[in-house]
Write a protein that binds this ligand. Structure first.
Ligand SMILES: C[S@@+](CC[C@H](N)C(=O)[O-])C[C@H]1O[C@@H](n2cnc3c(N)ncnc32)[C@H](O)[C@@H]1O
Length: 347
């Protein structure tokens, strides 16, 4: 999976084509309509205020793509007259695809915002964002057979095939035990396990001394993710907005993902000193953050045409749809002492 996604020039996330668009392989919420970013901007404005309005305030985005989410958040600050925050904010886009990085820099330049781009940040105050990023991190696959855990490897026999054998590392069984599902996998059940979460969260902790981590992605708590509804696991390939049933064909041209284990993310984050604030669906998160007010403000603006309004509404329908983006989960973790977290925010 590491090679299929990241092999220089050949891996899916190294290709020149822009994927999270209408013409690409999938459409993410921020690409659907900027009202997603404007609404997240509202939540970030609250976070900034709760933290005592630190300057600079870093917006560190993992899997930033070509900057659509970051730019819509910055536009949100402007729409909400949050000029002080716009002055304080420094953007740190973290993106493995060189073509997307170049697009992002060009778009920031066009928006007159290139001066707020910063290549790195260590020990800063701010918000770390990861929208549809964690599901792209490479994972292991396991299967439980006759009470034993086996790992599913990929071999070449005139084509890629799946081969079950002894797990490559005890960390796989340890993770399942950690999230409380070691004995709950049914015979024959397949499961995905992302061991990269540990080092990713360690990196987040290094970046963020004070602030919040927001993870938005497909996924469930472990009991549901590894429960009877997902006996075949959740590995999927996407190509041209179609699900690619066999992830071992068109390798490098297909996006490979699996649902995120939000229990593991929370537990591992807590072990690194991050505190759990809330885990909600994306629909709940957006509504609580003020999506409706955002739509009303758009409607009230004399510059808004009927077509603009209809576009925003249809974007919102997708973002809230419980069968699609609305069922995504949003995990908020805080990097700061418990005493500093307002009571109503504790999850
Ligand atoms: C599904 S896209 C989401 C893009 C954007 N966050 C959005 O919501 O539209 C995932 C992005 O993460 C990037 N990516 C994947 N793995 C990465 C990694 N290990 N480090 C940095 N970026 C990565 C990909 O190149 C891609 O731009």
């Amino acid at each position: 999976m590491l090679h299929a996604l990241y092999e220089p020039e050949l891996g899916y996330y190294r290709q020149p084509a822009d994927r999270p668009t209408d013409a690409g392989d999938f459409l993410t919420a921020p690409e659907t309509h900027p009202i997603f970013g404007w609404t997240i901007a509202r939540r970030i404005e609250q976070m900034w205020a709760e933290l005592g309005r630190p300057r600079p305030f870093h917006l560190i985005e993992h899997g930033a793509g070509s900057g659509t989410l970051a730019l819509s958040i910055l536009e949100g600050f402007r729409r909400h007259d949050a000029g002080d925050l716009l002055e304080a904010v420094r953007c740190v886009p973290i993106e493995s695809n060189a073509y997307r990085q170049a697009d992002l820099i060009r778009r920031f330049e066009e928006a007159g915002l290139a001066h707020i781009l910063t290549p790195s940040a260590v020990g800063v105050a701010g918000v770390v964002l990861a929208n549809e990023y964690v599901d792209a991190l490479p994972f292991h696959r396991v299967v439980r057979r006759g009470g034993e855990l086996q790992e599913l490897f990929v071999a070449w026999r005139d084509g890629f095939v799946e081969v079950a054998a002894e797990p490559s590392t005890p960390q796989l069984a340890e993770r399942l035990a950690d999230v409380g599902v070691a004995d709950r996998l049914a015979d024959g059940q397949v499961a995905e396990i992302c061991l990269g979460l540990e080092s990713w969260l360690t990196g987040v902790g290094i970046h963020l001394a004070r602030g919040y981590l927001l993870v938005i992605d497909y996924g469930y708590e472990a009991a549901e993710l590894y429960g009877p509804r997902h006996l075949a696991g959740t590995l999927l390939g996407y190509r041209g907005h179609r699900v690619q049933e066999d992830p071992l064909v068109e390798v490098g041209l297909t996006d490979l993902t699996a649902h995120v284990d939000f229990t593991a993310l929370r537990l591992l984050g807590e072990r690194r000193g991050l505190r759990s604030v809330a885990l909600t669906t994306q629909a709940e998160f957006l509504v609580a953050a003020g999506l409706e007010s955002e739509l009303q403000a758009l409607q009230a603006s004399p510059a808004t045409t009927v077509a603009d309004y209809m576009r925003a509404r249809s974007g919102i329908v997708r973002m809230l749809d419980p069968r699609h983006l609305g069922r995504f989960r949003v995990l908020t973790l805080a990097a700061r002492p418990a005493a500093a977290i307002p009571q109503q925010d504790r999850g």
